[in-house]
Ligand binder design. Structure first.
Ligand SMILES: Cc1ncc(COP(=O)(O)O)c(C=O)c1O
Length: 394
């Protein structure tokens, strides 16, 4: 495959394996195992002397195509496809740590990611310090001799805060720690954490990569040495592998990723501007707007805005619920990255497990709403908002 291909071409062709039938579309290899021509061939495969598949928990052709395509897009040497985004996050963090090690993580994380570092890791003797990741000084101050991993998400869920990935990576390199970036909100098209100096990138492929609300998936990407030394055995023996059926669904989804993300981002930018002018809206946070508090870092590390918009209604929870209930095209759902536009009230859904103080620290107020743009016509979405907002008190 060609290193010079641009993303839209890579995402249609990279990594394709064709069987003897010469099928156009990628095939689904739903098999648990593989057969060998001889005992000697089986021995050689197990010794790693010959290429080929051994068992679907380790790897299989459809998953291999998905992993190769993701590697090409991300500029990574190697990858492992996982059953969900959370399987990817958990594997990426735990596979490289042992009791006594320390994680520094930005506190603005998706709820389950925060549970992994704040609640799960300490059960195994791995301590975690949560910080306000927007300020590089906080990362530096949290470093201990045992710090091995920095973990962050940027832009964050749901308030679209941004973290200076290159700055965090520089600090990590000074102490030999690894930076793990959950790049879901930026998408692999708009932000390249490995180019910015991060060491490991994780995705919930459930989101934009599938993009059509069908199946769960995740992926961990890094350099070959890190995968060989850390993830390879963990992945084989703990079994977070993706189903080949899901790998196939995601391969079909990823072909249209650039088309969908382009449309979703254009709509997000228009709707962010529309919402900012409405009397019921106190504040709009959108990485593509000049008034984003970290517009300078966004300009440095992102090549596009976002497919998500966060905004705050003056009328708090009552107004947020009224707006959501009045929307017609835009559906209430905590999922994101779908071809359907989805809206959620983080304080009562995705971030309901946090204390009021923790939510306030993250800028999630009772009036905060998160919108994930779909691929519908932006005019219809604006009309939907206009009719729904007319039912909301300002
Ligand atoms: C930023 C982020 N990371 C990780 C996940 C987890 O992904 P999954 O639901 O595929 O396990 C999600 C969404 O659920 C997410 O929004």
């Amino acid at each position: 495959m060609s290193k010079t291909w641009r993303p839209a071409t890579q995402l249609v062709h990279e990594g394709t394996l064709r069987s003897q039938y010469g099928e156009t579309s990628e095939a689904i290899f739903l098999t648990q195992g593989f057969v060998y021509d001889s005992s000697e061939a089986a021995e050689a495969r197990f010794k790693g002397e010959t290429d080929g598949f051994i068992y679907a928990r380790y790897g299989s052709p459809t998953n291999d195509m998905f992993e190769k395509r993701m590697c090409a897009l991300e500029g990574a040497e190697d990858a492992r496809a996982t059953a969900s985004g959370m399987a990817a996050v958990t594997a990426a963090i735990l596979c490289q740590l042992k009791a006594g090690d320390h994680i520094v993580a930005a506190r603005a994380l998706f709820g389950s990611c925060r549970w992994v570092v704040e609640t799960l890791a300490p059960k195994y003797g791995i301590e975690c310090t949560l910080i306000d990741g927007r300020d590089l000084e906080n990362w530096e101050k949290a470093i201990r001799p045992a710090t091995k991993v920095f973990f962050l998400e940027s832009p964050t869920n749901p308030t679209l805060e941004v973290i200076d990935i290159a700055g965090v990576a520089k600090l990590a390199d000074q102490i030999g720690a690894k930076v793990v970036v959950d790049n879901v909100f930026a998408t692999p098209l708009f932000q390249k954490p490995l180019e910015l100096g991060a060491h490991i990138v994780v995705y919930s492929a459930t989101k934009h990569i599938d993009g059509q609300g069908r199946c769960l998936g995740g992926v961990v990407l890094s350099d070959k040495q890190w995968i060989d030394e850390n993830l390879h055995d963990y992945f084989r023996h703990t079994g977070p592998a993706m189903s080949p059926f899901n790998a196939w669904t995601l391969l079909k989804g990823i072909e249209t990723l650039p088309l969908r993300v382009k449309q979703q981002t254009a709509s997000a930018a228009r709707i962010a501007d529309f919402l900012a002018e409405q009397k019921q809206v106190a504040k709009v946070i959108y990485p593509g707007r000049k008034d984003h508090p970290q517009a300078d870092i966004i300009a440095k590390q992102m090549s596009g805005g976002s497919t998500l918009v966060a905004f705050e209604l003056k009328g708090g929870k009552e107004a947020a619920f009224a707006l959501q209930n009045a929307l017609d095209i835009i559906k209430i759902s905590n999922n994101l990255g779908d071809s359907k536009s989805l809206i959620t009230h983080p304080a009562t859904t995705t971030h309901k497990n946090l204390s009021d103080d923790a939510r306030a620290e993250l800028g999630i107020s009772p009036g905060t709403v998160r919108l994930s743009l779909g691929i519908e016509d932006a005019e219809d979405l604006i009309e939907d908002f206009a009719q729904a907002l007319s039912k909301v008190k300002s």
